[in-house]
Design a protein around this ligand. Sequence first.
Ligand SMILES: O=C[C@H](O)[C@H](O)[C@H](O)COP(=O)(O)O
Length: 278
Amino acid sequence: MRFMLRNLTNLAQFSVRRSARNMSTLPDVHHLPQLHSTLEQAKRFAAYRAVDENLDYLNHRVIGVGSGSTVIYVAERLGQYLLDPKYAVHASQFVCIPTGFQSKGLILTNGLRLGTIEQHPSLDIVFDGADEVDVNLQLIKGGGGCLFQEKLVSTSAAKFVVVADYRKRSPKYLGTNWVKGVPIEVVPTSYIRVLSDLKTKLKCKNAVLRQGAPAKAGPVVTDNCNFIIDADFGEIEHPEILHRDIKMLVGVVETGLFIDNASKAYFGNPDGSVDLRV
Ligand SMILES: O=C[C@H](O)[C@H](O)[C@H](O)COP(=O)(O)O
């Protein structure tokens, strides 16, 4: 009798331990303390939903973490997977690849394991922000000064999921909502030549070397020690042609036009809803 009771107790303890392991404690985004603005809330709604719907925690191991203010919440969500009893065993095997200095910090502060694109040239998935997303999922990126490394990482991933707020959803063409121009990363010594070629050869309306003021006197310098030019082409009907033409200019390292790269885009709204574009 005592033997049977002991077995029953062991069995009960085992089931409790097992169900604790299978029980998710991931915070519900709608029950978290509110952020300081509805815009930030919208970014967090999009990021959490994008991670939850696209992260295949059983199979994904190499995960790209992009740059910008929306990706902050992607890294935060990934960090929560690491702390969750249901996902921890698998999440502890994630290796996160940054797209620049900022995302390296996000990976580390959220307790995630940092890897390099050289160690992991093929990624399972990448989450990154965008400055504008058109109806065909073509993107403008680079508003925050990162674009070459973002393109390297996103084009090395099997799946690229965009996380953004409602302002980034273009009604039709790129250049409608994002009117600061297409960011273009250039080799520093070539910037005069590229500025001139953009105006004379590609007939852009305006092109300027991005300045670091007020934080820095002089131009913005990228993580790759390059400069950024913002080139205004108005509304862009054929971004693939424009990307190719800009890329042909001597001195251009990469353009902020991301063509046929994204798989889907999540746009967070202030009311907590999230729109999906595929
Ligand atoms: O250079 C910056 C990147 O391309 C960002 O992903 C992009 O600017 C979007 O940033 P945010 O999420 O802050 O709107």
